[in-house]
Design a protein around this ligand. Structure first.
Ligand SMILES: NC(=O)c1ccc[n+]([C@@H]2O[C@H](COP(=O)([O-])OP(=O)(O)OC[C@H]3O[C@@H](n4cnc5c(N)ncnc54)[C@H](O)[C@@H]3O)[C@@H](O)[C@H]2O)c1
Length: 104
């Protein structure tokens, strides 16, 4: 049976490489990304892409409507340390609260 993995932040620097590696291993991949930092073109063809934030109900509904996942790789983040000082709330919302939205 084909495994399925959700990658949040899959259009980003680390996430896009994780997506490529999962696809090379024959895993079915769904990417959830709001494209606030990442690029649509970084997601390989054939990957199901849902545009939206990890804390947004409608994109999450679309993500999970397609069925369960074997694993979630949560890489959606504000990754630049300099941004953390300026947007600490948003950063925590994407990282820890966002993780709770996806896997309570
Ligand atoms: N880049 C590195 O060298 C490195 C090293 C160690 C750990 N990490 C960690 O890996 C994770 C990803 O880092 P990165 O370098 O790939 O960052 P990145 O900015 O390239 O990618 C983050 C992705 O998350 C998306 N995103 C941001 N907020 C979102 C939200 N609310 N909902 C959905 N998508 C959202 C962005 O659009 C982007 O595509 C971070 O947690 C970072 O701390 C990165």
């Amino acid at each position: 049976m084909t495994r399925r993995v959700l990658v949040t932040g899959g259009a980003g620097y680390i996430g896009s490489v994780v997506v490529e590696q999962l696809m090379a291993a024959g895993v079915g991949v769904v990417v959830l990304d709001d494209l606030s930092r990442g690029h649509r073109g970084a997601i390989p063809p054939g990957v199901e892409f849902v545009h939206g934030g990890v804390g947004e109900a409608e994109p999450l509904r679309r993500v999970f409507a397609a069925g369960p996942f074997d694993a979630v790789v949560h890489l959606a983040a504000f990754a630049l340390v300099a941004e953390l000082d300026q947007a600490a709330g948003a950063s925590a919302g994407t990282g820890s609260s966002g993780r709770t939205s996806i896997a309570p």
